[in-house]
Write a protein of this length. Structure first.
Length: 593
């Protein structure tokens, strides 16, 4: 038996997938399609498939909103951001800080009750636990209460993005866009510091944007090496518990996905000139110690997004306790590396290794005795100097279909380091000079989804694009004017989720100009057919696209609509309430496994 998503028994939300070919010979899921919105009214709505056909039986479904940010449920307010003392953070106008950046939201079971665990992708951040009740007949879910998960002992939480559900029934989360430790160390005037980092100081009661703020004051409360890790939330007997898995490396975690062996975890890295990682834990079900690997790409074809053979570079073994001890003793970037400027031809002085990780051309040397710190606190740089490939652009969702023994990874935009000495089709050495230039494919701003074959040891051996978006220019008289990717194809795929044995991949978008309104798709892997199953309001991002095939006899596709009117089309907002994020699901469906 394969175990996936949730473990039978103590974590009774079971997805037990029989390994026999008969059990896996299920038909694809067939959704009634949703047309692309063309009117202003349609572009403000949440539209979703009305029907799904499962094994020849058609059922009525739709999009169901559980909560919107700012809603009060029980004693809690969904999305309220707290400081380290548990008090609401106040904005300059005196209002409470409520995030509309809801992201991955899992569906978990504990003690016969159902819960949704939701990320809020901000600085400071939050994770909320919402109890829901399920109608036994219809399967519809209703919120009962909501409360934040306490991360104060870990210095708070930073930009939690996508996630997954472990085989043992916990939520595996992420901290994206890790803060630049070198900049925190070397910047002298706080006004020159990247504004992205400054809000995190509010968690500690320090306003880094105030006129009298200083770098000295900021550094007293903000240690950049505390952030950028895989997180895990478990449902304890009394309250939820959150941890950070420092041994799994520090980079721009989109998410980690635990494989059926319960020791192997694949991790994606969202940004420019980033890598792809595999962690192998020492013990099944425990992610606090293990060996970290970074992928090395060997290109076999440049066609349609490219195909590659993969090998794996060993970045060493570590325990979370050892890494955490390095963080808390106050290590800085200059304690880990010596650094020099790279020569114009991409070369480095003797003893230094070139790196274009983080889209920075530099020459680095790990100081004596600092390999552990380098591998876990500056993972992407360490991977680069060890020879791994750090050229990927916006690597996003990961999912696995055990029936096909195939891993799937979304790459939102094929550009920059993935091109051959170019940037968005124009000559440039910025992203390749000094690096390996392992990936050399054509620019595609619409992105694509890749399939990776996995061997019996859970090691991905190769990677090939199976579907890519198509750039397209629409005329001024078209109802799709302004969209830059084909409306019947992908635009910047982000969250993905497979249903084992169903030949179906759910794909959510995170796009601005590719599609004015972001879509969720059902992709038939066997015949390559895309069916649009959801459209979202202006300026939204589709997040948390994650399938739950059997929850007490019903199937659900969690679907969160993040920051409406917030990523683009801000001028379309006519009522502040429209900007609240949606936590919801498509369904309830017949069970899908």
């Amino acid at each position: 038996m394969y175990r996936s998503m949730l473990l039978a028994g103590t974590a009774t939300l079971a997805l037990a997938i029989a390994s026999s070919s008969a059990a896996l010979a299920a038909s694809p899921l067939v959704f009634e399609g949703v047309k692309a919105p063309t009117t202003d009214a349609e572009r403000r709505e949440v539209l979703a498939s009305d029907k799904v056909t499962v094994d020849g039986k058609t059922a009525d479904i739709g999009y169901h909103t559980l909560l919107r940010t700012g809603d009060k449920v029980g004693d809690g307010t969904f999305g309220l951001i707290m400081d380290q003392t548990g008090k609401p953070i106040l904005m300059k106008d005196g209002s409470q800080m409520i995030s509309n950046a809801t992201d991955f939201s899992s569906l978990l079971e504990k003690g016969g009750k159902l819960y949704v665990v939701s990320h809020f992708e901000t600085r400071p951040a939050a994770i909320y636990l919402t109890e829901v009740k399920r109608d036994a007949k219809t399967g519809e879910l209703t919120p009962v209460s909501t409360q934040p998960v306490d991360f104060s002992e870990l210095g708070g939480l930073w930009v939690p993005c996508a996630g997954s559900v472990t085989p043992w029934g916990t939520q595996l989360g992420s901290e994206e866009y890790e803060p630049d430790a070198e900049a925190v160390e070397t910047t002298t005037d706080i006004k020159e510091l990247d504004d992205y980092m400054k809000p995190m100081a509010l968690y500690f009661g320090y306003d880094a944007s105030a006129d009298d703020a200083t770098m000295e004051g900021f550094r007293k409360v903000f240690n950049p090496y505390r952030y950028g890790y895989i997180t895990e939330v478990s449902l304890g007997a009394d309250k939820p518990k959150g941890v950070k898995h420092y041994a799994m490396g520090r980079f721009s975690h989109e998410l980690g996905y635990v494989m059926p062996d319960e020791t192997t975890v694949y991790m994606s890295d969202d940004g420019t000139n980033v890598g792809f990682y595999r962690f192998v834990a020492d013990e099944s079900g425990k992610l606090d110690a293990g060996t970290l690997y970074a992928a090395k790409f060997d290109q076999t074809s440049a066609e349609n997004g490219g195909s590659f053979d993969l090998s794996w570079v060993d970045l060493g073994h570590a325990t979370s306790d050892d890494v955490h001890a390095q963080i808390e003793k106050g290590l800085e970037f200059s304690d880990i590396f010596d650094k020099q400027d790279m020569a114009e031809d991409g070369s480095c002085a003797e003893g230094f290794s070139p790196s274009v990780a983080n889209e920075v051309q530099e020459c680095l040397k790990v100081k004596d005795g600092m390999d552990l710190a380098a591998s876990r606190l500056e993972t992407r740089r360490y991977a680069a100097i060890k020879g791994a490939t750090v050229e990927i652009r916006k690597e996003e969702g990961i999912t696995f279909d055990p029936a096909k023994q195939t891993l799937y990874v979304a790459i939102s935009e094929i550009s920059k380091g993935m091109e051959d000495m170019k940037s968005k089709g124009k000559d440039s050495g910025k992203f390749d000079l000094g690096g390996n230039n392992d990936i050399r494919v054509d620019y595609n701003p619409c992105g694509g989804v890749y399939a990776l074959n996995v061997n019996d040891n859970m090691v991905a051996t190769d990677m090939k694009a199976i579907i890519t978006g198509t750039p397209k220019e629409y005329g001024a008289d078209s109802p799709y004017a302004g969209n830059t990717c084909d409306m019947d194809g992908l635009a910047n795929p982000d969250n993905i989720s497979a249903v084992a044995g169903r030949e179906t991949l759910f794909i959510g978008e995170d796009t601005e100009t590719g599609h004015q309104n972001d879509f969720v798709w059902a992709y038939d892997i066997a015949d390559g057919k895309l069916t649009r199953i959801q459209t979202t309001p202006y300026g939204s991002e589709t997040t948390s696209v994650y399938a739950y095939p059997d929850v007490d006899g019903h199937g659900y596709l969690m679907s969160v609509i993040q920051h409406p009117y917030g990523e683009s089309d801000e001028d379309k907002l006519t009522d502040p309430k429209q900007a609240a994020a949606y936590l919801g699901y498509i369904g309830p469906m017949p069970k899908l496994d």
